[in-house]
Structures are given as structure tokens and as C-alpha cells.
Design a protein around this ligand. Structure first.
Ligand SMILES: [Zn+2]
Ligand SMILES: [Zn+2]
Length: 320
């Protein structure tokens, strides 16, 4: 692989995206070089291109791609303990987790690595998989079971997000459910909700053209009018990422009902809702260089080149 170059889909800065020829990245200790097979581009990617993402969660220039599947290009070398990556060999078909957790903050120790206090994610703050090669920490790489197609596997990341949200909502069988939104995350929500045997699942979207996909995912009805969708639902899942969708979700829930917010609505200063209440994440020193002489140690990528720190630092929180 040495000396080889490959194309990558790079957002150089907001509004400027294109294919770029780059050196094949070299995996460090405990990392795996992967050749992506299938990469999804979602609404968040469009927000990255347009510059609509909170700057605390992004580092330009970047290679897009946080939903992907691929094959191991090189047998991983020796490195950090990584049970999830055991058994990887050249040609193993895999998926990878996007968020690179620090492994020692309170959220990581609680098993909520998606909420790691140091935010670091493929396709956001480090190069993603929309390229001929991507480097991923071995512990975040999971081999695919035989028979799982590369296209289905590329949906593992958004499906995990949806499943995680739903499984935390104490859903009971027989609930009437409404999903607000009609994109991939909303369709995955309709599909995965069937695991809880709902009495019915209705989808409230905006694009009539999504009706057939909604039915295929398991929706009993697809509506584009909130009044037609009705109210009094035991469970409402917001999966559109807009302030209007959040308001519709609360309006459609019954008294005592459950609302799950999966989307990431943009800041909306003109409403009573404030989506900016989350504190900004700990910034990686690649965003803000550390003071002269200080060792970079704020994220896993930086720690590769820095001596181990004595105690973890925790300053703020984030969700994605
Ligand atoms: Zn996405
Ligand atoms: Zn952490």
C-alpha cells in the first residue's frame, strides 16, 4: 500500500466539496486500514457541506462518510487491546463505529461511548469513509456475518442510532406509534419499532413519494397532514431534525405519552425552544492548539503521539 494514492470526497470548507487525490493513510498502532465498499450520504452530510453544523463538532477540511461498510485492506498490526477487532484479516468484511471514544471519561466508563466527553468522529472531526481507504481504530471495527450485504451493512450506523433511542424509551407492546419524518432515519424507526409489536405505526412526512417506502417499512398509514395523522399516540418518534417536527411530535402524543427525539434540529432563536442548551464538547487540540510546550492529549488521535496523561479531564458534555 506504501506510496499508493487514492481518491477521497473532501469538504475543504463550507460550500467547497470535491474529489481529491490523497496518499493512502497509514494505520497507527491498534488501527486498521479499510477499503470502503459502500458509503451512505445523509442529511447531516449535506449540512456539513453547507456549513450548518455547530463548529464545535466539525473540523474542515474533512473526508465525508460516517455510514459505511468495507473490507480490511491490510492485516492489522500489533497494537492496543481490541477484542472487537480480533480475528480481522485482509479481506474481512466489516463495519465500524463512527465515534472514537476516549475510553476513560465517565460516559465512556458507563458504556455510553457515543456520549464521550471528548467529541471525535469519523466524517466530522477526522477523515471519514468516502474515500478509497479509511483508517479506523481496531476496537471500533466489527466483522460482518455472512450473508449481510454491503449496502445493508452501510445502514448499521444510522440503524444503531435509532435502535439505541428506541430501546431507551421503555416501549410496551400494543402501543400506537407515530413517526414524524420520512427520511432514512424515520424509515428505520418505523422498521425497528416493529420489534416492539405496536398496535399500529403511522408515518407523518412531507414527501408523498415516500409513501411506498413507508408501507414497505411497516407503516400502516403515511400522511403528509398532521390533522390526518391524528393525535393521542402512546409513542411519537421525531426523526426529521426540524423544530416544526419536534413541535408536531409533542402535539401528537397522548397525555403521559412518550416522545423520542432522534433528529438534530438546527438552532431556532425565534422559538421558545433552545437546541443550543447542550454545552459544547471538549475541543480537540487540533481545533485549538495547546499552549506552547503542552503535550497534545485531548483525544485518541492526539494521544497516539503524546505521553499518557495522569488523570482524565472532563469539562463539558455532548450528544450526537
Ligand atoms: Zn448520518
Ligand atoms: Zn470518553
Amino acid at each position: 500500500m506504501a506510496g499508493e494514492r487514492g481518491l477521497a470526497l473532501v469538504v475543504r470548507q463550507p460550500g467547497e466539496v470535491g474529489l481529491e487525490e490523497r496518499d493512502v493513510p497509514r494505520p497507527g498502532p491498534g488501527e486498521v486500514l479499510i477499503r470502503p465498499t459502500m458509503v451512505g450520504l445523509c442529511g447531516t452530510d449535506l449540512d456539513i457541506v453547507a456549513g450548518r453544523i455547530d463548529p464545535a463538532y466539525i473540523r474542515y477540511p474533512l473526508v465525508l462518510g460516517h455510514e459505511w461498510s468495507g473490507t480490511v485492506a491490510e492485516r492489522p498490526g500489533p497494537g492496543a487491546d481490541a477484542p472487537a477487532g480480533e480475528g480481522l484479516t485482509s479481506g474481512t468484511r466489516v463495519v465500524g463505529e463512527g465515534i472514537v471514544p476516549c475510553g476513560h471519561c465517565p460516559r465512556c466508563r458507563a458504556g455510553q461511548t457515543n456520549l464521550c466527553l471528548t467529541y471525535d468522529e469519523l466524517g466530522f472531526t477526522r477523515d471519514g469513509a468516502a474515500a478509497q481507504f479509511v483508517v479506523v481504530q481496531r476496537s471500533l471495527v466489527h466483522p460482518l456475518a455472512p450473508g449481510i450485504g454491503a449496502e445493508d451493512a452501510a445502514l448499521a450506523e444510522p440503524a444503531s442510532v435509532v435502535y439505541r433511542g428506541l430501546s431507551g424509551a421503555a416501549i410496551a407492546p400494543g402501543w400506537r406509534s407515530l413517526v414524524v419524518g420520512d427520511g432514512t432515519v424515520a424509515l428505520l424507526a418505523v422498521r425497528l419499532l416493529q420489534l416492539w409489536s405496536p398496535a399500529e405505526t403511522v408515518m407523518l412526512g412531507q414527501r408523498e413519494g415516500q409513501a411506498a417506502l413507508a408501507a414497505e417499512a411497516g407503516a400502516a398509514r403515511f400522511e403528509t397532514d398532521g390533522r390526518a395523522a391524528g393525535a393521542g399516540y402512546d409513542l411519537v418518534v421525531e426523526a426529521a431534525g426540524s423544530t416544526d417536527a419536534v413541535l408536531s411530535a409533542f402535539a401528537a402524543a397522548r397525555r403521559g405519552g412518550t416522545v423520542v427525539l432522534l433528529g438534530l434540529p438546527p438552532p431556532a432563536p425565534d422559538t421558545t425552544w433552545s437546541w443550543k442548551r447542550r454545552a459544547a464538547p471538549t475541543r480537540c487540540c487540533r481545533h485549538s492548539p495547546p499552549p506552547a510546550g503542552a503535550a497534545p492529549s485531548c483525544c485518541s488521535a492526539c494521544r497516539r503521539t503524546a505521553p499518557p496523561r495522569r488523570s482524565p479531564s472532563t469539562t463539558s458534555s455532548t450528544t450526537t
